[in-house]
Design a protein around this ligand. Structure first.
Ligand SMILES: Nc1ncnc2c1ncn2[C@@H]1O[C@H](COP(=O)(O)OP(=O)(O)O)[C@@H](O)[C@H]1O
Ligand SMILES: [Mg+2]
Length: 404
């Protein structure tokens, strides 16, 4: 998450040891927060919050109990509404919600609270609702329709484009969910450091600090969460671990790009449902396009219509052989799921993979990069277009001047 300025103090009032621990873990090691825990009940508070001089307070209480609500009201009055209050509560009912709304608390969270919700809520309380839109992280999921279609290549390049983007910029993380044969780290010449065995039986151990240890960092600042490949092991992970991992990553990064495996796992549905954008990567062959059609149907059948699959046709050729598929066929088969094509550029992609560098390091103006930008960041691609025209014009007048 992008953090500017110095840390703001957040006071947590809670008697629930587990919740104090979770909150500490969620907010630890982020530059944005400085957490102070007061391990007391809301009824036992005196002037502690006021004295702590904090940017926001999280109060863990039972919102269904009148005496506790009255205690909260006293705190709010004492603070003169200057400090945003986040209420965390176990019990939740319509009457409690109404009272909390009337008291104008900044937010209320129902326990158990996810790390992402907690961090977002704190950021919102500290920075006001204006930040809300940017604070919300965007999750881009890439799913291949077949093996070797370029899913990893395009997911990584998307991550770089988002990372360097003017509108979506700031922190970006790639999550490689190919636990068996992930290639993300390898493609960028990084050492994969995500040790799943360490958290397998206790996913709650995965906190910000552990995540930091397990992230691989590219020189550009892009982060990659990838496990070392174990070709001979068939491992499955429970949904809880995958959810916990994505929850944590999305709390700290503005953009999360997921490289999904071809195989459908028990957690696949959850990942798709949690994504803001879903891209299916396919190729221009009849079997591949047919399979893409089936994949689209399978996604609608399992996840419903909330997530729209956008199909990227990699190694796209305008004119295939006489008997081959044409753009019109692609459009007919995929309908409005067709998001765009990516040029076939074997030399560029091959060199990038072999050298372990991103595509733009070899050629920033490569067709593959421009094609992808039009799909992922259409506004920025459009804004960049006139600039190109201007530079051509500049070149033209320069030539003219030289001649004159
Ligand atoms: N647009 C492209 N043009 C040419 N070759 C490509 C393109 N995209 C990917 N490739 C090549 O295809 C192969 C598979 O790519 P990869 O990203 O590993 O696919 P996947 O993750 O779907 O298995 C790699 O050798 C890569 O260099
Ligand atoms: Mg791959």
């Amino acid at each position: 998450m992008a953090t500017t300025g110095k840390a703001k103090r957040i006071v947590l009032v809670s008697q629930d040891k587990a919740f104090v621990q979770e909150t500490k873990a969620a907010l630890a090691a982020s530059d944005a927060f400085d957490l102070v825990a007061i391990e007391r009940g809301v009824l036992d508070l005196r002037g502690e919050i006021q004295e702590a001089d904090c940017g926001a307070a999280i109060i863990d209480m039972d919102a269904a109990r009148l005496d506790q609500v009255e205690a909260l009201q006293r705190i709010i009055r004492r603070l003169e509404g200057k400090t945003p209050i986040i209420v965390a509560t176990q019990e939740f009912n319509a009457a409690a919600v109404r009272i909390l709304v009337q008291l104008q608390v900044a937010d209320f969270l129902v326990k158990p609270v996810s790390t992402a919700d907690l961090v977002r809520s704190c950021l919102r309380a500290l920075h006001g609702p204006g930040r809300e839109e940017n604070a919300e992280s965007q999750i881009y999921a890439f799913m291949p329709a077949a093996g070797g279609v370029g899913n990893t290549t395009l997911a990584l390049q998307t991550a770089f484009q988002l990372h360097h983007s003017l509108t979506r910029g700031a922190a970006t993380c790639v999550v490689d969910l190919n636990f068996q044969q992930g290639a993300c780290a390898e493609y960028l010449d990084l050492e994969p450091r995500f040790d799943i065995a360490e958290i397998e039986n206790q996913p709650e151990r995965l906190d910000r600090q552990l995540l930091d240890v397990m992230l691989s960092k590219h020189a550009s600042g892009l982060c990659v969460l990838a496990a070392p490949t174990r070709p001979s092991e068939m491992r499955t992970f429970n949904t809880e671990i995958v959810v916990r991992m994505l929850d944590l990553v999305s709390a700290y990064f503005d953009n999360v790009v997921i490289d999904l495996p071809r195989t459908w796992f028990p957690w696949t549905e959850t990942v798709l449902l949690g994504s803001n954008k879903l891209y299916l990567v396919t190729e221009m062959t009849v079997p591949c396009l047919r399979h893409t059609q089936r994949l689209i149907q399978a996604i609608y059948d399992t996840v419903g219509r909330e997530v729209k699959p956008n199909v990227i046709v990699n190694r796209f050729e305008q004119k295939m052989f006489e008997s081959g598929i044409r753009q019109a066929d692609v459009q007919e088969i995929l309908g409005d799921h067709f998001a765009g094509g990516i040029a076939n550029n074997y030399k560029l992609v091959r060199e990038a993979v072999d050298r372990g560098v991103p595509l733009h390091e070899i050629d920033a103006n490569a067709n593959v990069i421009a094609d992808l930008r039009r799909i992922i960041l259409p506004e920025e691609a459009a804004a960049a277009a006139p600039k190109k025209a201007r530079s051509l014009f500049g070149l033209g007048s320069g030539l003219l001047r030289k001649r004159a």
